[in-house]
Design a protein around this ligand. Structure first.
Ligand code: NIG
Ligand code: FE
Length: 408
Protein backbone atom coordinates (compact mmCIF):
# COMPACT_ATOMS: atom_id res chain seq x y z
CA UNK A 1 0.00 0.00 0.00
CA UNK A 2 1.31 3.46 -0.89
CA UNK A 3 1.54 6.08 1.85
CA UNK A 4 -0.07 9.41 0.96
CA UNK A 5 2.19 12.42 0.41
CA UNK A 6 3.28 14.25 3.54
CA UNK A 7 2.38 17.71 2.29
CA UNK A 8 -0.02 19.40 -0.15
CA UNK A 9 2.53 21.65 -1.88
CA UNK A 10 6.30 21.85 -1.79
CA UNK A 11 8.25 24.78 -3.24
CA UNK A 12 11.80 23.75 -4.09
CA UNK A 13 14.87 25.83 -4.98
CA UNK A 14 13.45 29.01 -3.44
CA UNK A 15 15.20 31.74 -1.47
CA UNK A 16 13.30 32.35 1.75
CA UNK A 17 13.10 35.66 3.62
CA UNK A 18 11.77 34.10 6.82
CA UNK A 19 11.78 37.42 8.73
CA UNK A 20 12.81 35.61 11.90
CA UNK A 21 15.53 38.21 12.58
CA UNK A 22 16.73 41.59 11.35
CA UNK A 23 19.81 40.41 9.49
CA UNK A 24 20.73 38.15 6.63
CA UNK A 25 20.42 35.16 8.96
CA UNK A 26 16.70 35.34 8.36
CA UNK A 27 17.40 34.34 4.75
CA UNK A 28 17.64 30.69 3.69
CA UNK A 29 19.12 30.32 0.21
CA UNK A 30 18.31 27.40 -2.07
CA UNK A 31 15.57 26.30 0.27
CA UNK A 32 12.30 24.42 0.26
CA UNK A 33 9.02 25.25 1.96
CA UNK A 34 6.08 22.89 2.40
CA UNK A 35 2.40 23.66 2.91
CA UNK A 36 -0.24 21.43 4.47
CA UNK A 37 -3.83 22.51 5.09
CA UNK A 38 -2.97 26.16 4.40
CA UNK A 39 -0.16 26.27 6.95
CA UNK A 40 3.60 26.02 6.70
CA UNK A 41 4.53 22.42 7.50
CA UNK A 42 8.27 22.45 6.89
CA UNK A 43 11.00 24.79 5.71
CA UNK A 44 14.76 24.55 5.40
CA UNK A 45 17.66 24.09 3.02
CA UNK A 46 17.08 21.82 0.04
CA UNK A 47 19.80 19.52 1.38
CA UNK A 48 17.88 19.07 4.63
CA UNK A 49 14.66 17.84 3.03
CA UNK A 50 13.69 14.57 4.70
CA UNK A 51 14.60 11.65 2.51
CA UNK A 52 11.54 9.48 2.45
CA UNK A 53 10.60 6.89 -0.11
CA UNK A 54 7.10 8.21 -0.63
CA UNK A 55 6.49 11.41 -2.60
CA UNK A 56 6.83 14.38 -0.31
CA UNK A 57 3.97 16.46 -1.66
CA UNK A 58 0.98 16.24 -3.98
CA UNK A 59 2.27 19.25 -5.93
CA UNK A 60 5.95 20.04 -6.27
CA UNK A 61 6.92 23.45 -7.69
CA UNK A 62 10.39 24.48 -8.79
CA UNK A 63 10.66 28.11 -7.63
CA UNK A 64 13.78 28.64 -9.76
CA UNK A 65 15.55 30.71 -7.10
CA UNK A 66 12.69 33.22 -6.74
CA UNK A 67 12.34 34.86 -3.32
CA UNK A 68 9.51 34.00 -0.94
CA UNK A 69 8.40 36.48 1.75
CA UNK A 70 5.38 36.62 4.03
CA UNK A 71 2.52 38.72 2.57
CA UNK A 72 2.93 42.44 3.20
CA UNK A 73 0.87 44.08 5.92
CA UNK A 74 -0.29 47.72 6.07
CA UNK A 75 -0.89 48.08 9.80
CA UNK A 76 -2.19 51.69 9.94
CA UNK A 77 -4.65 53.20 7.45
CA UNK A 78 -7.73 55.40 7.41
CA UNK A 79 -8.65 54.41 3.87
CA UNK A 80 -12.45 54.48 4.20
CA UNK A 81 -13.59 58.11 3.99
CA UNK A 82 -15.81 60.48 2.03
CA UNK A 83 -14.57 63.36 -0.13
CA UNK A 84 -10.99 64.52 -0.33
CA UNK A 85 -8.89 67.43 0.91
CA UNK A 86 -7.08 68.57 -2.21
CA UNK A 87 -7.74 72.27 -1.39
CA UNK A 88 -6.02 71.80 1.96
CA UNK A 89 -3.05 70.32 0.19
CA UNK A 90 -2.82 73.50 -1.84
CA UNK A 91 -3.10 75.59 1.37
CA UNK A 92 -0.38 73.53 3.05
CA UNK A 93 1.91 74.05 0.10
CA UNK A 94 1.41 77.82 0.66
CA UNK A 95 2.65 77.45 4.21
CA UNK A 96 -0.53 76.83 6.33
CA UNK A 97 0.16 74.30 9.08
CA UNK A 98 -1.91 71.18 9.84
CA UNK A 99 -2.87 72.67 13.23
CA UNK A 100 -3.94 76.01 11.67
CA UNK A 101 -6.15 74.21 9.16
CA UNK A 102 -7.67 72.04 11.91
CA UNK A 103 -8.34 75.09 14.11
CA UNK A 104 -10.04 76.84 11.18
CA UNK A 105 -12.57 73.99 10.87
CA UNK A 106 -10.73 72.08 8.17
CA UNK A 107 -8.68 68.93 8.62
CA UNK A 108 -10.26 65.84 10.15
CA UNK A 109 -13.68 67.45 10.77
CA UNK A 110 -14.04 68.41 7.10
CA UNK A 111 -13.63 64.74 6.18
CA UNK A 112 -16.17 63.96 8.92
CA UNK A 113 -18.73 66.15 7.14
CA UNK A 114 -18.08 64.42 3.80
CA UNK A 115 -18.14 60.94 5.37
CA UNK A 116 -21.43 61.57 7.17
CA UNK A 117 -22.94 62.71 3.86
CA UNK A 118 -21.75 59.65 1.92
CA UNK A 119 -23.74 56.43 1.60
CA UNK A 120 -22.24 53.04 2.44
CA UNK A 121 -22.08 52.29 -1.30
CA UNK A 122 -20.23 55.53 -2.02
CA UNK A 123 -17.71 54.90 0.75
CA UNK A 124 -17.16 51.37 -0.52
CA UNK A 125 -16.71 52.51 -4.12
CA UNK A 126 -14.13 55.10 -3.03
CA UNK A 127 -12.23 52.62 -0.84
CA UNK A 128 -12.00 49.76 -3.36
CA UNK A 129 -9.36 51.33 -5.64
CA UNK A 130 -7.24 52.24 -2.62
CA UNK A 131 -7.31 48.64 -1.46
CA UNK A 132 -6.60 47.43 -4.98
CA UNK A 133 -3.54 49.69 -5.19
CA UNK A 134 -2.17 48.21 -1.96
CA UNK A 135 -2.96 44.68 -3.11
CA UNK A 136 -1.12 45.19 -6.39
CA UNK A 137 2.05 45.55 -4.34
CA UNK A 138 1.51 42.37 -2.31
CA UNK A 139 -0.44 43.70 0.69
CA UNK A 140 -3.06 41.23 1.97
CA UNK A 141 -3.63 42.36 5.57
CA UNK A 142 -4.86 45.91 6.08
CA UNK A 143 -5.80 47.73 9.23
CA UNK A 144 -8.54 50.32 8.69
CA UNK A 145 -9.53 52.88 11.29
CA UNK A 146 -12.85 54.60 11.75
CA UNK A 147 -12.74 58.14 13.14
CA UNK A 148 -14.36 60.08 10.30
CA UNK A 149 -17.86 59.51 11.65
CA UNK A 150 -17.63 60.60 15.29
CA UNK A 151 -21.22 59.53 15.89
CA UNK A 152 -22.40 55.97 16.44
CA UNK A 153 -24.26 55.66 13.12
CA UNK A 154 -21.45 56.97 10.90
CA UNK A 155 -18.72 55.12 12.78
CA UNK A 156 -20.77 51.96 12.29
CA UNK A 157 -21.18 52.71 8.57
CA UNK A 158 -17.44 53.14 8.24
CA UNK A 159 -16.54 49.98 10.14
CA UNK A 160 -19.07 47.96 8.15
CA UNK A 161 -17.56 49.19 4.88
CA UNK A 162 -14.08 48.33 6.18
CA UNK A 163 -15.18 44.74 6.88
CA UNK A 164 -17.16 44.49 3.62
CA UNK A 165 -13.98 45.06 1.64
CA UNK A 166 -13.11 41.47 2.56
CA UNK A 167 -15.94 40.13 0.43
CA UNK A 168 -14.71 42.08 -2.60
CA UNK A 169 -11.05 41.13 -2.43
CA UNK A 170 -9.02 38.30 -0.86
CA UNK A 171 -7.73 40.41 2.02
CA UNK A 172 -7.96 40.42 5.78
CA UNK A 173 -9.16 43.66 7.35
CA UNK A 174 -8.51 44.55 10.99
CA UNK A 175 -11.00 47.24 11.97
CA UNK A 176 -9.94 49.78 14.57
CA UNK A 177 -12.34 52.14 16.33
CA UNK A 178 -10.89 55.67 16.33
CA UNK A 179 -13.84 57.54 17.83
CA UNK A 180 -11.38 59.69 19.81
CA UNK A 181 -9.95 61.24 16.63
CA UNK A 182 -11.43 64.75 16.86
CA UNK A 183 -14.23 66.50 18.74
CA UNK A 184 -17.35 66.54 16.53
CA UNK A 185 -19.31 69.76 15.92
CA UNK A 186 -22.20 68.61 18.20
CA UNK A 187 -19.75 68.61 21.13
CA UNK A 188 -17.89 71.82 20.22
CA UNK A 189 -15.87 72.98 23.25
CA UNK A 190 -17.01 69.90 25.17
CA UNK A 191 -14.38 67.24 24.58
CA UNK A 192 -15.20 65.78 28.02
CA UNK A 193 -18.85 65.39 27.07
CA UNK A 194 -17.88 63.67 23.83
CA UNK A 195 -15.57 61.23 25.64
CA UNK A 196 -18.43 60.45 28.09
CA UNK A 197 -20.70 59.73 25.14
CA UNK A 198 -18.03 57.65 23.40
CA UNK A 199 -17.34 55.53 26.50
CA UNK A 200 -20.94 55.10 27.58
CA UNK A 201 -22.64 54.62 24.21
CA UNK A 202 -20.61 54.49 21.01
CA UNK A 203 -17.85 52.08 21.96
CA UNK A 204 -19.98 49.52 23.87
CA UNK A 205 -22.60 49.43 21.07
CA UNK A 206 -20.10 48.98 18.25
CA UNK A 207 -18.09 46.42 20.23
CA UNK A 208 -21.25 44.41 20.89
CA UNK A 209 -21.86 44.27 17.15
CA UNK A 210 -18.46 42.63 16.68
CA UNK A 211 -17.23 45.41 14.39
CA UNK A 212 -14.11 46.33 16.34
CA UNK A 213 -10.76 44.53 16.60
CA UNK A 214 -8.90 47.30 18.45
CA UNK A 215 -9.35 50.83 19.85
CA UNK A 216 -7.24 53.85 18.89
CA UNK A 217 -7.16 57.55 19.81
CA UNK A 218 -5.39 60.80 18.90
CA UNK A 219 -3.53 62.20 21.90
CA UNK A 220 -2.49 65.73 20.97
CA UNK A 221 -3.09 69.38 21.88
CA UNK A 222 -5.44 69.68 18.87
CA UNK A 223 -7.25 66.44 19.80
CA UNK A 224 -7.55 64.66 23.18
CA UNK A 225 -5.62 64.85 26.44
CA UNK A 226 -3.89 61.93 28.10
CA UNK A 227 -6.62 61.76 30.75
CA UNK A 228 -9.35 61.65 28.11
CA UNK A 229 -7.53 58.89 26.21
CA UNK A 230 -7.08 57.04 29.50
CA UNK A 231 -10.86 56.89 29.89
CA UNK A 232 -11.22 55.50 26.36
CA UNK A 233 -8.58 52.87 27.13
CA UNK A 234 -10.31 51.90 30.39
CA UNK A 235 -13.54 51.32 28.48
CA UNK A 236 -11.74 49.35 25.74
CA UNK A 237 -10.00 47.20 28.33
CA UNK A 238 -13.26 46.48 30.13
CA UNK A 239 -14.67 45.30 26.79
CA UNK A 240 -11.64 43.08 26.20
CA UNK A 241 -10.34 45.12 23.26
CA UNK A 242 -6.63 45.88 22.69
CA UNK A 243 -5.54 49.52 22.38
CA UNK A 244 -3.16 51.60 20.26
CA UNK A 245 -2.57 55.33 19.93
CA UNK A 246 -1.67 58.19 17.60
CA UNK A 247 1.02 59.51 19.90
CA UNK A 248 3.65 62.22 19.87
CA UNK A 249 3.02 63.24 16.26
CA UNK A 250 3.22 67.00 16.86
CA UNK A 251 4.29 67.25 20.52
CA UNK A 252 5.20 65.06 23.50
CA UNK A 253 2.05 64.18 25.47
CA UNK A 254 3.53 60.96 26.91
CA UNK A 255 0.86 59.10 25.01
CA UNK A 256 3.24 56.29 24.10
CA UNK A 257 3.95 55.73 27.79
CA UNK A 258 0.19 55.59 28.41
CA UNK A 259 -0.48 53.05 25.67
CA UNK A 260 2.42 50.92 26.96
CA UNK A 261 0.86 51.04 30.42
CA UNK A 262 -2.20 49.33 28.90
CA UNK A 263 0.05 46.73 27.18
CA UNK A 264 -1.08 48.36 23.93
CA UNK A 265 -0.38 46.86 20.54
CA UNK A 266 1.29 49.96 19.12
CA UNK A 267 2.10 53.64 19.48
CA UNK A 268 2.05 55.36 16.11
CA UNK A 269 3.85 58.42 14.60
CA UNK A 270 6.25 59.12 17.55
CA UNK A 271 8.27 62.00 16.11
CA UNK A 272 8.30 63.66 19.57
CA UNK A 273 8.45 60.55 21.78
CA UNK A 274 10.65 60.69 24.91
CA UNK A 275 13.07 58.12 26.29
CA UNK A 276 10.74 57.36 29.23
CA UNK A 277 7.97 56.39 26.83
CA UNK A 278 10.33 54.33 24.68
CA UNK A 279 11.54 52.41 27.73
CA UNK A 280 7.90 51.73 28.68
CA UNK A 281 7.15 50.53 25.14
CA UNK A 282 10.10 48.15 25.22
CA UNK A 283 8.88 46.71 28.52
CA UNK A 284 5.32 46.24 27.24
CA UNK A 285 6.40 44.97 23.80
CA UNK A 286 4.41 47.79 22.21
CA UNK A 287 5.32 48.24 18.54
CA UNK A 288 6.49 51.63 17.23
CA UNK A 289 4.51 52.24 14.03
CA UNK A 290 6.32 54.95 12.06
CA UNK A 291 4.48 56.83 9.32
CA UNK A 292 6.90 58.52 6.93
CA UNK A 293 4.05 59.48 4.58
CA UNK A 294 2.60 61.90 7.17
CA UNK A 295 6.08 63.16 8.02
CA UNK A 296 6.60 63.86 4.32
CA UNK A 297 3.24 65.51 3.58
CA UNK A 298 3.43 67.71 6.68
CA UNK A 299 7.01 68.69 5.80
CA UNK A 300 8.07 67.67 9.29
CA UNK A 301 11.68 68.15 10.20
CA UNK A 302 11.72 66.23 13.50
CA UNK A 303 12.53 62.58 12.78
CA UNK A 304 11.32 59.88 15.15
CA UNK A 305 14.22 58.84 17.44
CA UNK A 306 15.18 55.74 15.48
CA UNK A 307 18.52 55.22 17.25
CA UNK A 308 16.82 55.19 20.64
CA UNK A 309 14.08 52.83 19.45
CA UNK A 310 16.84 50.50 18.22
CA UNK A 311 18.74 50.86 21.49
CA UNK A 312 15.68 49.78 23.50
CA UNK A 313 14.90 47.08 20.93
CA UNK A 314 11.40 48.37 20.32
CA UNK A 315 10.03 46.62 17.22
CA UNK A 316 9.54 49.12 14.40
CA UNK A 317 6.71 48.83 11.87
CA UNK A 318 6.01 51.10 8.90
CA UNK A 319 2.59 51.82 7.40
CA UNK A 320 0.98 54.10 4.81
CA UNK A 321 -1.34 55.98 7.24
CA UNK A 322 -3.46 56.28 4.06
CA UNK A 323 -5.84 59.19 4.78
CA UNK A 324 -7.11 62.26 2.91
CA UNK A 325 -5.20 64.84 4.96
CA UNK A 326 -1.74 63.94 6.12
CA UNK A 327 -0.90 60.94 3.96
CA UNK A 328 -2.92 60.44 0.76
CA UNK A 329 -0.73 57.49 -0.18
CA UNK A 330 -1.85 54.04 -1.29
CA UNK A 331 1.60 52.58 -1.82
CA UNK A 332 3.33 50.57 0.88
CA UNK A 333 6.38 50.27 -1.40
CA UNK A 334 6.72 54.06 -1.45
CA UNK A 335 6.55 54.02 2.34
CA UNK A 336 9.20 51.28 2.48
CA UNK A 337 11.40 53.43 0.28
CA UNK A 338 10.77 56.46 2.52
CA UNK A 339 11.66 54.26 5.52
CA UNK A 340 15.12 53.88 3.99
CA UNK A 341 15.63 57.32 2.46
CA UNK A 342 13.89 59.61 4.99
CA UNK A 343 14.06 57.58 8.21
CA UNK A 344 17.41 55.91 7.47
CA UNK A 345 16.20 52.43 8.39
CA UNK A 346 18.17 49.58 6.86
CA UNK A 347 16.46 47.57 4.11
CA UNK A 348 16.40 44.58 6.49
CA UNK A 349 14.60 46.67 9.15
CA UNK A 350 12.14 47.89 6.52
CA UNK A 351 11.31 44.37 5.41
CA UNK A 352 10.64 43.39 9.03
CA UNK A 353 8.55 46.52 9.50
CA UNK A 354 5.91 45.45 6.97
CA UNK A 355 5.87 41.75 7.89
CA UNK A 356 6.76 40.53 11.39
CA UNK A 357 6.44 43.83 13.23
CA UNK A 358 3.32 44.91 11.33
CA UNK A 359 1.68 41.60 12.30
CA UNK A 360 2.63 42.25 15.93
CA UNK A 361 1.17 45.77 15.74
CA UNK A 362 -2.16 44.13 14.88
CA UNK A 363 -1.89 41.27 17.39
CA UNK A 364 -1.72 38.76 14.51
CA UNK A 365 1.74 37.34 15.18
CA UNK A 366 0.37 33.87 15.96
CA UNK A 367 -0.56 33.32 12.32
CA UNK A 368 1.22 35.93 10.20
CA UNK A 369 4.36 37.95 9.72
CA UNK A 370 7.08 35.30 9.38
CA UNK A 371 7.74 32.11 7.48
CA UNK A 372 7.64 29.63 10.35
CA UNK A 373 6.27 26.13 10.79
CA UNK A 374 2.66 26.36 12.02
CA UNK A 375 1.96 29.83 10.62
CA UNK A 376 -0.45 30.41 7.75
CA UNK A 377 1.00 29.97 4.28
CA UNK A 378 0.31 33.64 3.57
CA UNK A 379 3.29 34.19 1.33
CA UNK A 380 4.47 35.80 -1.87
CA UNK A 381 6.80 34.34 -4.48
CA UNK A 382 8.72 37.27 -6.02
CA UNK A 383 10.61 37.26 -9.29
CA UNK A 384 13.51 39.26 -7.85
CA UNK A 385 17.21 38.69 -7.26
CA UNK A 386 17.25 40.23 -3.76
CA UNK A 387 14.57 41.47 -1.29
CA UNK A 388 16.01 45.01 -1.42
CA UNK A 389 14.34 45.26 -4.85
CA UNK A 390 11.03 45.52 -2.97
CA UNK A 391 11.93 49.05 -1.83
CA UNK A 392 14.54 50.16 -4.32
CA UNK A 393 12.77 50.91 -7.60
CA UNK A 394 9.47 52.78 -7.57
CA UNK A 395 6.75 52.81 -10.19
CA UNK A 396 7.35 49.26 -11.37
CA UNK A 397 6.07 46.41 -9.23
CA UNK A 398 8.19 43.26 -9.37
CA UNK A 399 6.35 40.26 -10.81
CA UNK A 400 4.97 38.04 -8.09
CA UNK A 401 2.44 35.35 -7.14
CA UNK A 402 0.51 35.55 -3.87
CA UNK A 403 -0.33 32.39 -1.95
CA UNK A 404 -3.05 33.42 0.34
CA UNK A 405 -5.45 31.19 2.15
CA UNK A 406 -7.56 32.87 4.80
CA UNK A 407 -9.82 29.86 5.19
CA UNK A 408 -7.55 27.38 6.93
O1 NIG B 1 -2.66 59.63 11.26
N1 NIG B 1 -3.09 62.29 13.31
C1 NIG B 1 -4.26 62.06 13.20
N2 NIG B 1 -4.88 61.34 12.28
C2 NIG B 1 -4.42 61.10 10.95
C3 NIG B 1 -4.74 62.25 10.08
C4 NIG B 1 -6.14 62.27 9.72
C5 NIG B 1 -6.54 63.41 8.86
O2 NIG B 1 -5.88 64.47 8.83
O3 NIG B 1 -7.58 63.24 8.23
C6 NIG B 1 -2.96 60.73 10.89
O4 NIG B 1 -2.08 61.53 10.48
FE1 FE C 1 -3.21 57.78 11.33
Amino acid sequence: MRTPPLWDTLYCHANLATMMSSDDESFILNAAIAIKDGRIAWLGAMDDLPKTPQPLATTIIDAQQQWITPVLIDCHTHLVYGGHRAEEFAMKMQGCSYSDIAKAGGGIVSTVRATRAASEEELLAAALPRVKALMNEGVRIIEIKSGYGLDAATEKKLLRVAKQLQSHYPIQVQATFLGAHAVPAEFANDAEGYIDHLCQHMLPILAAEGLIDAVDGFCETIAFSRDQIKRVFDTATSLGLPVKLHAEQLSDQQGAELVAHYQGLSADHLEFVSEISIAAMAQAKTVAVLLPGAYYYLRETQLPPIAMLRHYQVPIALATDCNPGTSPICSLRLIMNMGCVLFKLTPAEVLLSVTKHAAQALGLQQDYGTLEVGKKAAMIVWKIKHPVELMYELGVIPEHTVLWDTQS
